[in-house]
Design a protein around this ligand. Structure first.
Ligand code: UDP
Ligand code: GLC
Ligand code: MN
Length: 261
């Protein structure tokens, strides 16, 4: 078994669709490392069989929830308390090192070199660049770190109600650590930044390796031709590599025109 793995999380069928497309994008990038999915009871049996066919390994985990509606309201995402479930990734001690990728990320170029970075490494968050975004991070599995994170979360909670607040508080020296801990922005590019700084996109766009569809609208619940090339690429992978194997009800999820929650 590979000592390195890409890890993602899905607690329901929608995010599992994202995880399937992410896994297909990793395969397309010819990565030599394993793909590992963390999933919960909320994922249906037919979706699980799809996940098991593309991920090399899987772990069923229980939901960890911040239950912090007050702070979640600050980021406008009442649904994200359960992102504490991500913490289970530190329990994957069968690997030497892993890269966690949110299920709403898409790998557009091979990124194997990420495994050369030490724990903890992540890219700046576009909302507050002195904090990191927790949609893409390099970590070293360790039961001790897992315990400490859970204890820290229980004692201090999270200033945004999700894992990003907790992890930024726990790895609070990230901002002043040396550059190996600060991943270049090309590994966690939010499509919105392309529109807010088109000139930079023109200069650096070809170097972008991982896209992150951060925010309320996700490619699997909102089809909008205005959203641009990365949304189209997500859909292309969905159509070509994923939809063919899905049962009809699951395909319908990914084909909704508009679906506000
Ligand atoms: N997630 C999940 N189920 C949920 C919400 C989140 O499995 O109901 C996982 C999934 O891997 C997702 C990550 O937690 O990508 C973080 O949530 P999201 O990407 O929606 O947050 P954003 O990046 O938009 O702030
Ligand atoms: C963020 C991150 C996401 C995280 C969420 C909650 O915006 O993109 O990965 O789960 O905040 O903390
Ligand atoms: Mn995300």
């Amino acid at each position: 078994m590979s000592k390195f793995a890409w890890v993602t999380l899905a607690t329901n069928d929608r995010y599992a669709l994202g995880a399937l497309v992410l896994a297909a994008s990793l395969r397309r990038s010819n990565t030599k490392y394993s793909l590992h999915i963390l999933y919960t009871d909320g994922v249906s049996a037919s979706m699980k069989s799809q996940l098991f066919s593309i991920f090399n390994n899987s772990t069923k985990v229980n939901i960890l929830d911040s239950n912090d509606s007050q702070n979640l309201a600050l980021i406008g995402r009442p649904d994200l308390g359960i992102t504490f479930t991500k913490l289970h990734c530190w329990r994957l001690i069968e690997y030497e090192k892993c890269v966690f990728l949110d299920a709403d990320t898409l790998v557009i170029q091979n990124s194997n070199e990420l495994f050369q970075h030490p724990e903890f490494a992540a890219a700046p968050d576009i909302g507050w660049p002195d904090l990191f975004n927790s949609g893409v991070f390099v970590f070293v599995p360790s039961k001790e770190t897992y315990q400490k994170l859970v204890e820290f979360g229980t004692q201090h909670g999270s200033f945004d109600g999700g894992d990003q607040g907790l992890l930024n508080q726990y790895f609070s020296s990230w901002r002043t650590m040396n550059e190996s801990h600060r991943l270049p922005f090309i590994y966690n590019v939010t499509p919105g930044s392309i529109y807010s700084y088109k000139a930079a996109w023109q200069l650096f766009g070809s170097q972008v390796k991982i896209i992150h569809f951060l925010g309320n609208s996700k490619p699997w619940n909102f089809q909008d031709p205005q959203q641009g090339q990365h949304w189209e690429y997500w859909r292309q992978i969905f159509d070509e590599d994923v939809a063919g194997n899905l049962s009809k009800d699951l395909v319908n999820f990914g084909q909704r025109k508009v679906d506000y929650f």
